[in-house]
Write a protein that binds this ligand. Structure first.
Ligand code: ASP
Ligand code: MG
Length: 439
C-alpha cells in the first residue's frame, strides 16, 4: 500500500485538484491519499480564530465571507454536471454554516481547534466528490476516527495502527482519501499536529500500516542541496538517509515538517518527495540506504546565540560542565552546539526567552560573553566523518570566512559551523562552489 500526501498548493486550484485525481489514478495498487487544506485556508482560519478570540466579530465575519466566495468559485470550477454543482454548493454551505455557528457561540480554545480542522475536512470532501463525479471508486477515511495524540501531544502510533487495521480490511476500493493535520487528543477533542502537520500524518499512517512507501507531493522537485533563496544554483538531492533528512529538516530545510522522518524511520518505510508540477522529475528518496562519504546538502539556521563561559576553575576540574548544563536545564533551554577548551566552553542556543536569567546564573561560574545574531551552517552527508580530508575540503571552500565555532564528530552525518549572520550568504555560496562545484 502507498501513502500519498498532497500539500495545499497541490490542491489549491480546481485544475490542480483534477490533475491530482489523474495522478492518483495512474498509481498502481491501493493507496491512502492524504490531503492538506486548500492553500491559504489554514492561514485564513487562523485569522478568523484570532479575531474571534479577541471578540472582533466584524473582522471574523468579513474573513468568513471572503473565504466563502473563494470556496463557492472553487466548487463551481471543480464540478461539471449540474448534480455535482449542487453537491459542491451544499458542501460549502454546510461548512460555512458551521463557521458562522462557531463564530456566534462562546469561542474558546476548543472551538478554535475545531475551526482549524475544517480546512482538511472540506478539501477531502471536495476531492472525494470529484472522484465520484468521474466514477472513480474511492472512500473517505475520517482521520478523526483513527489519528490520536496523547497528553504530551505525541501521536499514538500503536493505537493508530490498531484502529486502521480493521478499517482497511473492510474496504475493497483502491483509493482511500483522508485528512492530514487533524486528530483527536486524549480528551477526545478535535486537535491538530501543528502547522504543516499533514506531512506528519502521512508518515504516521505509512508507519502504522507499514506501507511500501510514503510519497510527499509538493511544488518543488525534492530536497535541494542548498537554500535557493541565497545561492543561485541548487540541485535536487536524489537520495538521503533518514538521519541526513532529519538533520536537514531541523536546520530549516522548509520542505518537510521536522517530525515527519521519525515514524517512517522507525519502521524503515521510505519517504519519497515528488513534484506535482513536474511528475517525471525523480525527486528525493529518503530511506535507510544511501551513498556514503559524499556531501549531500547545506542548510542554515539563523537566530542563534553563542554563550562563552571562561573560568580557570575549569582547569583540571571535573563536574564543571554538569554545572553549566544544569543552568540550561533549569531554564528549559536546549543547547545545539558545544565546543570546549581546557579553560572555556562555548554553547549555542536558539531560544532567547530566558537568556538574561541564564547569563546571570552562569556568571557565578566564570566570565560570560554573549554573541547574538549567529548562524549555524550545517553540512550534511552520510558517514561524512569517515570521508578523507573532509574538514580540509570544508575549510578551504570557506576561505577567509570567520568561523566562531565548529562541531564535528558528534554524528557521522554532519559538520556544523557557527558564523556571524552577516557572513551567512557568503559562506553558503562559497560552500556551494567548493563542495558541489555549483556557481
Ligand atoms: N493545513 C495545515 C497547515 O497549513 C496542515 C498542512 O498543510 O500540512 O498548516
Ligand atoms: Mg507543508
Amino acid at each position: 500500500m502507498l501513502v500519498v500526501k498532497f500539500g495545499g498548493t497541490s490542491v489549491g486550484k480546481p485544475e490542480r485538484m483534477k490533475k491530482i485525481a489523474e495522478l492518483v489514478l495512474s498509481m498502481p495498487g491501493k493507496k491512502i491519499v492524504v490531503l492538506s487544506a486548500l492553500s491559504g485556508t489554514t492561514n485564513a482560519l487562523v485569522r478568523i480564530g484570532d479575531h474571534l478570540l479577541a471578540q472582533q466579530h466584524t473582522g471574523a465575519q468579513n474573513e468568513i465571507a471572503e473565504l466563502e466566495k473563494h470556496y463557492l468559485q472553487f466548487s463551481k470550477e471543480l464540478y461539471s454536471s449540474e448534480a455535482y454543482q449542487a453537491i459542491g454548493q451544499e458542501i460549502v454551505s454546510r461548512y460555512f454554516s458551521l463557521f458562522r455557528l462557531l463564530a456566534a457561540g462562546k469561542f474558546d480554545d476548543r472551538s478554535y481547534r475545531e475551526l482549524l480542522a475544517q480546512g482538511e475536512l472540506v478539501s477531502t470532501e471536495f476531492f472525494y466528490h470529484h472522484l465520484q463525479e468521474r466514477k472513480i471508486s474511492s472512500r473517505l477515511l475520517p482521520a478523526l476516527h483513527f489519528m490520536t495524540i496523547d497528553e504530551n501531544h505525541e501521536p499514538e502510533l500503536e493505537k493508530i495502527s490498531e484502529r486502521l487495521k480493521p478499517i482497511l480490511e473492510s474496504v475493497n476500493v483502491d483509493i482511500l482519501v483522508t485528512q492530514g493535520y487533524i486528530c483527536r487528543n486524549q480528551n477526545n477533542e478535535i486537535d491538530n499536529l501543528k502547522r504543516g502537520g499533514s506531512d506528519y500524518t502521512a508518515s504516521l499512517i505509512g508507519a502504522a500500516i507499514r506501507a511500501e512507501e510514503i510519497q510527499i507531493w509538493t511544488d518543488i522537485d525534492g530536497m535541494h542541496n542548498n537554500d535557493p533563496r541565497i545561492v543561485k544554483k541548487t540541485m535536487p538531492i536524489a537520495e538521503l538517509t533518514f538521519d541526513e533528512a532529519s538533520e536537514l529538516a531541523y536546520f530549516g530545510a522548509k520542505i518537510l515538517h521536522p517530525s515527519t522522518i521519525v515514524p517512517a524511520q522507525k519502521y524503515g518505510v521510505p519517504v519519497r518527495l515528488k513534484n506535482t508540477m513536474d511528475e517525471k522529475a525523480p525527486g528525493t528518496i529518503i530511506s535507510d540506504k544511501g551513498s556514503k562519504h559524499q556531501f549531500k546538502a547545506i542548510a542554515a539556521k539563523d537566530g542563534i546565540i553563542a554563550i562563552n563561559i571562561k573560568s580557570s576553575r575549569m582547569l583540571l576540574a571535573y563536574g564543571f560542565l554538569r554545572k553549566v548544563f544544569e543552568v540550561f536545564e533549569k531554564h528549559k533551554t536546549s543547547i545545539d552546539m558545544i565546543s570546549t577548551s581546557e579553560v572555556a566552553v562555548s554553547v549555542t542556543i536558539d531560544d532567547s526567552t530566558r537568556l538574561t536569567e541564564i547569563v546571570a546564573e552562569l556568571g557565578k561560574l566564570g566570565t560570560i560573553e554573549v554573541d547574538k545574531n549567529q548562524t549555524i551552517i550545517c553540512i550534511v552527508g552520510n558517514a561524512l566523518a569517515e570521508k578523507e580530508a573532509v574538514l580540509q575540503e570544508v575549510f578551504s571552500a570557506l576561505g577567509a570566512i570567520k568561523i566562531r565555532m565548529v562541531s564535528f564528530g558528534g554524528s557521522h552525518n554532519n559538520i556544523s559551523i557557527l558564523v556571524d549572520t552577516t557572513q551567512k550568504d557568503k559562506a553558503l555560496n562559497l560552500l556551494n562552489e567548493g563542495l558541489f562545484n555549483l556557481k
